[in-house]
Design a protein around this ligand. Structure first.
Ligand SMILES: Cc1ncc(COP(=O)(O)O)c(C=O)c1O
Length: 425
């Protein structure tokens, strides 16, 4: 029997108000955004902040081209389109991601084909991809979920064998490295999100990178109505193909640029906090931090905790164990939550096959009817049932908060008999 649980009226391990929100905002951020008002440039892909951000992000990733966009979803859509995916084509995506990855495929009237995740990294399992390839497959769209780079060489091997494009959803992995190389120029095109929660935040926003000049031109037309708009030249008002309105605002570009100056510092802090937690969780039976394969240097967009009832001799499903332990941890003030509650193919949009309507993209002219069943993705289901997300594992929080977290984890697990009482009854 350990210290009295907060559930039973004891003191919380994490005092109220101690966890601070992401992203840290500095005077530089405020000055950078306010300066836009006086700059005379509020918008446009060739406005000064847009151009500077494109240049800096391309350089950061080692990519030849970068285009700023208004969201990660638009950057994903640009990646799908520039990879030459068309109506009825199939694109391989992981069953575990934010559904925007698959939505970008549907936006181009193409069909997402889901593949389960690797049980250790939670990214797409390259060994399962080949079985999902058909004559309709055009591209593989892996996702660096939680900031963990996918095993890109293994994915590229499958793609090469079948003549497929590899494009990458790095919306959660700014600055992560695969085999020493920063992500952003490893796949043929890469999409990043700069939504508020992301490691590189702009409130909203996105970035598209590629080494392919033709793809960059295509993406740039797509970003602005299908038109070719050249700075300093009279706009022709002639659309060369289908386009969208994916331009960002200069406020956002200025904000992202300002945050970019501190991305490496913030990522280093995330890694330090994650390393600290993982080392200590390894000494607490029943809980486990994330695994890092040799090839990866992840940036911990999310810090995930696994709940392992068998490690403490509890013969209950992981889901029930997690629910009971989470109640006690939350009472201690640990901000633990759930992200996805279903594999993406189990979401209603895929169960009802709601695309553009009239069966598209599945059963209209070029498509193929596909069955989407949650049980086909057992590792994704297992992950969702047995893991939770710990908030605050980023600056401006510091190691004192991580110590408090560890204290809360220890306290709850030392009282596991008491914590499990409601679940047993
Ligand atoms: C894996 C993944 N892909 C795509 C997106 C879409 O990014 P955005 O919200 O900026 O459109 C997100 C954002 O949450 C994401 O996490």
């Amino acid at each position: 029997m350990g210290e009295k649980l907060a559930l039973d009226g004891g003191d919380r391990a994490v005092p109220q108000g101690m966890v601070q929100a992401w992203p840290p905002l500095t005077q530089q951020d405020r000055d950078a955004v306010m300066a836009v008002f006086d700059s005379g440039h509020l918008h446009g892909p060739s406005a000064p902040r847009a151009s500077a951000l494109q240049e800096k992000w391309a350089e950061y990733c080692g990519a030849k081209h970068c285009l700023v966009t208004n969201s990660g979803t638009s950057a994903c859509h640009m990646a799908i389109a520039t990879a030459g995916v068309g109506p009825g084509d199939e694109v391989i995506v992981p069953a575990f991601t934010f559904w925007s990855t698959a939505a970008a495929v549907l936006h181009h009237n193409a069909i997402p084909i889901f593949v389960d995740i690797d049980p250790k990294t939670y990214t797409i399992d390259p060994k399962l991809i080949e079985a999902k390839i058909t004559p309709h497959t055009k591209a593989i769209f892996p996702v660096d979920v939680h900031g963990m780079p996918c095993d890109m060489d293994a994915i590229a091997d499958v793609a090469r064998k079948h003549g497929l494009k590899v494009i990458s959803d790095c919306c959660q992995s700014h600055g992560a490295r695969y085999k020493g190389k920063v992500v952003g120029a490893i796949a043929e095109a890469t999409a990043f999100s700069c939504n508020r929660s992301k490691n590189l935040s702009g409130g909203e926003g996105g970035l598209y990178t590629t080494d392919n000049e033709e793809w960059a031109h295509h993406a740039s037309r797509m970003r602005e109505f299908g038109e070719v708009i050249t700075p300093g030249q009279q706009r022709e008002y002639n659309a060369f193909g289908l386009g969208w309105m994916y331009r960002p605002h200069e406020f956002v570009n200025a904000f992202i640029l300002s945050q970019l100056a501190r991305l490496d510092q913030y990522n280093a802090q995330r890694k330090e906090f994650a390393g600290y937690l993982t080392e200590r969780l390894a000494q607490i039976p029943g809980l486990k931090g994330p695994h890092t394969p040799d090839y990866a240097d992840p940036v911990y967009f999310s810090y995930v905790v696994e709940f392992q009832p068998e490690e403490v001799g509890m013969d209950v499903p992981a889901k029930a164990f997690k629910a009971a332990v989470l109640s006690a941890l939350r009472a201690e003030g640990l901000p633990l939550g759930q992200w996805q509650s279903l594999p993406v193919p189990a979401q209603s949009v895929f169960q009802k096959k709601e695309g553009y309507g009239k069966g598209c993209p599945w059963t209209c002219r070029f498509g193929r009817d596909v069955e989407y069943r949650a049980e086909d993705y057992p590792e994704t289901v297992r992950f969702i049932e047995s893991h939770s997300y710990l908030g605050g594992v980023y600056p401006p929080n510091d190691l004192r908060l991580m110590e408090r977290y560890v204290k809360g984890f220890r306290k709850v697990m030392e009282n596991i008999g008491r914590v499990m009482e409601p679940a047993k009854s």
